[in-house]
Ligand binder design. Structure first.
Ligand code: GDP
Ligand code: MG
Length: 439
């Protein structure tokens, strides 16, 4: 499914402006990707409305392909929804885990304990599951593997009492992770039990543990657990499988919380602190969106400062000057080397890069800087009408800028090439035709 989003985006290659239909099509593909990643339907609708509205209203900065711009909007809206990882200070604290049976609580308790131990803290796992046969043994073994303190009582049938005793018995530890029992479905006795445990434990943070494959059921669970104990964050488990964990978004939205950890395997070390970037890329089945978004952002900051009176469309109407060329190259450079930018755009292979004129790829930072230095030694008239620059001027400019005459000629060569390209576009008339040519 990520590939059809890619396909749609590929069709927009080279466009500097998107039509309403383009945006509709992108939004539809994004909806499809998110739905197949188990994101809640109403959430998908809300997200896509926001994306559509922004894509229609906001103007891509000069030099930014429309596709990059719309991807940035998608990325931002998702980051906005998901937020940063749940705050977990590296200090003394108590964490309570909640969730249905099999969601991965016991495994996550040991994983998180292991994670805190790598941060130099002394964690303890307290196992209060008296419901599931073998729960004690499993938790003990996992705590052993994580090499962390452990408390449980295989003979007790009172989870609340175990929790109370567990906190006392593990008082040497500084991070207490309280594992609880789950049920196959949400049941009143489960809720009642965890409420009592919460009372006794008084956790700093309560985390809801969700299987990445949870899907549309996430909403009810999140709501119920949030109402009973208050959910501060979500742990998504089994992300090493095919599920993309979109249900976590629903839970995060429902509880107004964030994601704390990701579980990526059965071993205690298979745990990661949540990072929005990788998660979003995975959700959409796309390449490295965050890097792309950053570059577009940088380009925007730059053009915000300098653009004001510069519009690529003016360039198509009037004279193409050296000033125009400099601005255009700057816009491109703010995105980073062109070939790298293209590598980051999902779905673009070597093919399109080969179609570009070699020189278009060659606007390096270094070359740009030399051009800027050279242009500083030109008069305004020379920049506005470079054709009037002759041999004696080239000599003067090279001397004034401390460059070689050859470099000045190179700049003028580049200018001629770009001017010719612009002329072709002017001749073509309609913008649509031009866009077709650029694809
Ligand atoms: P609990 O009932 O909520 O305590 O869930 P468990 O911690 O017992 O996990 C249920 C099953 O899922 C176990 O077989 C775990 O090994 C497995 N599991 C938990 N987390 C992960 C994970 O991140 N990846 C994989 N592949 N399996 C996991
Ligand atoms: Mg368990």
């Amino acid at each position: 499914l990520g590939s059809s989003l890619r396909g749609t985006l590929d069709k927009l290659r080279g466009k500097s402006r998107l039509s309403e239909e383009d945006i509709e099509e992108i939004v539809k593909e994004i909806q499809r990707s998110l739905l197949s990643a188990d994101v809640d339907v109403s959430l998908v609708m809300e997200l896509s409305d926001n994306i559509k509205e922004r894509a229609l209203e906001e103007e891509p900065p000069a030099g930014t392909p429309a596709r990059d711009f719309v991807l940035r909007i998608v990325y931002e809206e998702l980051v906005d929804l998901i937020g940063d990882s749940t705050e977990l200070p590296l200090e003394e604290q108590t964490i309570l885990l909640a969730g249905l049976q099999g969601s991965g609580k016991t495994t996550s308790a040991a994983k998180m304990a292991w994670w805190f131990s790598t941060k130099g803290l002394r964690p303890a796992v307290i196992q209060t599951d008296t419901f599931r046969p073998g729960a004690y043994d499993q938790a003990e073994e996992m705590a052993e593997r994580a090499e962390v303190d452990f408390y449980g009582d295989p003979d007790s049938e009172d989870p609340v009492e175990i929790a109370r005793e567990g906190l006392e018995e593990t008082s040497d530890a500084d991070v207490h992770i309280v594992d609880t029992a789950g049920r196959h479905a949400l049941e009143d006795d489960l809720i009642a039990e965890i409420e009592e445990i919460e009372d006794v434990v008084d956790p700093d943070t309560s985390l809801l543990v969700l299987d990445a494959a949870i899907g549309q059921g996430a909403k009810d669970q999140a709501q119920q657990f949030d109402e009973s104990i208050g959910i501060d964050g979500v742990v998504i488990t089994k992300l090493d499988g095919t599920a993309k964990g979109g249900g976590a978004l629903t839970a995060v939205d429902q509880t107004d919380s964030s994601i704390a950890f990701l579980g990526t395997g059965e071993e205690v070390q298979d745990v990661e602190r949540f990072e929005p970037d990788g998660f979003i890329s995975r959700l959409l089945g796309m390449g490295d969106l965050s890097q792309l978004a950053e570059r577009v952002e940088r380009a925007m900051e730059q053009t915000d400062m300098e653009e004001e009176d510069w519009d690529p469309e003016d360039m198509l109407q009037g004279q193409f000057t050296l000033n125009d060329m400099q601005k255009q190259m700057e816009a491109m450079n703010n995105m980073g080397p062109l070939d790298q930018v293209m590598d980051m755009i999902p779905g673009i292979g070597g093919g399109i890069k080969d179609q570009l004129p070699e020189d278009a790829m060659d606007v390096t930072q270094e070359r740009m800087q030399t051009f800027t230095v050279i242009m500083d030694s030109m008069t305004e008239a020379e920049k506005e009408y470079p054709k009037a620059i002759g041999a004696s001027q080239i000599q003067r400019i090279a001397r004034g800028s401390g460059t070689e005459e050859e470099q000045v000629r190179e700049l003028l060569q580049q200018y001629k090439m770009m001017e010719r390209t612009m002329k072709q576009f002017q001749g073509m008339g309609s913008e649509q035709e031009m866009q077709r040519m650029m694809q």
